[in-house]
Each structure stands twice: as C-alpha cells, then as structure tokens.
Design a protein around this ligand. Sequence first.
Ligand code: API
Length: 273
Amino acid sequence: MKLSFTKMNGAGNDFVVLDNRDLSIQLSKEQIAQLCHRQRGIGADGLLAVEPAEQGADYKFRYYNADGGEAEMCGNGARCFGAYTSQLSQPAAQQVSFETIAGTLAADMVSGGNVKIAMSNPFDFQLDTGVKIDGLDAVVRFINTGVPHVVVFVENLAELDVVKFGAAIRYHEKFAPAGTNVNFAQVIGENHIAIRTYERGVEGETLACGTGMCACALFNHILDGASSPVKVDVAGGDTLEIGFEAVNAQQGEFVNVTLTGPADFTYRGEIVI
Ligand SMILES: N[C@H](CCC[C@H](N)C(=O)O)C(=O)O
C-alpha cells in the first residue's frame, strides 16, 4: 500500500500525520510501529490520523504511540492535528474541534504560528502515590491530563537518568496494566519549571510531552503556588505555556487547562508499506 503522509513536530515531539477522512487506510499495530521506527520507517514518537467526526466536532483525532498502540490523546500531537486540519479548509480555519478518547478538544491558531489547545479536565489526582524507587529520593505524584502522568519534582533534572527511573515507574505494578508516562520536573523560577519526560509507548525520553507539561504545571501550582500561565522548558529547547483555573487545587480539580506552543510542518512524503 502506498501512503502519502505529512511529518510534523510539536516542540520536537514528532509525528506521522495521515489524512484518513475517507477511512480507506486500515493499518495494523505492527504497521504503525514500522512507520514510526527510526531506522526501518519514517521515524516518529507517534502517528496522528484524521478521521471523520462522529459526535458533531469538525474531525476525529486518533493517536497511536510509536509501538503502534492507541493512546487516549496527545497534547503536542493535538497542536499539530489542529494546524494540519485548519489547512484542510479554504480559507484556513482559525479554530478546529476534534473528538478524542479523552474528550472533544479545540485548537486555536494564535500568534507567532503557535496553537492553543483547550485540554480536557484532569482527573485521578494523587498527591503522593506512595511508590518508592531505589535511588530516587522524591515523592511520586500522579494526575491524568488526558493520558496518565506521574510527576516527580527533583533538584538535579539535568543529570537525572530519565530512562532508568522513568522505566522503573512506567512499569511499576501500581500503574499496571495501562502503565503511565513519567515526568521529572524542576522549579527554575517564579511560574517557571523545566521538565523531562519518559513516554509510555515510546519507551524512552522524548523532546517534549504536552500532556506531561500540563501535569507538571498543575503540580507546580499545587505545591508552590505558581500562578497561570506557567512557563515550561522542555528537553528539545522550547518553552511552552500552560494556563489553568484552579477549582480546588488540593483536590486536583482544575478547569480551562490550556497548552500553547508550536506546531511545525517538517516535510511531506510517500511510503510503501
Ligand atoms: N507526547 C504526548 C503524550 C503522549 C502520550 C502517550 N505516550 C501515552 O500516554 O501513551 C503529549 O504531547 O501529550
């Protein structure tokens, strides 16, 4: 099968984008994993598929990790999905809505080529999961910001072995069977944090993780009183903004969570699979 695709990235979190509005593309988990393979395929952290909406939004957004498994949604991917689908209409749309497993989201094309995502409300808040990891002297926290995220605040982010400790938490029995993404964060200023993320389904550190940035920013508010918007420095070198409105922060209740950052087209191509 010959596939036309678009390669995009959101702050270095990179994706293969497929226009499947006619539902003609049917890929197996193995085929998606091959497309995302860095040496044997196009290479990406995940794959975004545009499908027709079923509940009144403009589109349906399907997200697959590099291992081919479907996940509930993807924050950086949502910005790329928004930028991609905004250009499917003439003139280009300023706002698009799309259905995901995590809920219906909206993407706004804002200044500087950035995209602002109105995220789903977080849930499953655990201030302290009680998980202890040998060699990691820190509290393991949890919140679901569309996908599951552990958040661990540390003082030595730059030197931390993110893959070692990330994998240990991702595969910990506490989070089985779905597993979790794992974020390590460090406060670097007022309303300003830096994070590194081990991503479930990539099984490695990615250059950015949008839902992970949201999770860390919300804990920065809960733990340190940071106010909205929180600036988040990510491993790929970008700084993004997380907005939120606390309803009951100590219970992890927030609304109007937003993720604003870049969504870049890298190239278009064709591949036979
Ligand atoms: N990179 C994504 C998160 C993907 C989540 C996926 N790794 C999973 O939950 O399995 C983001 O920007 O939010």
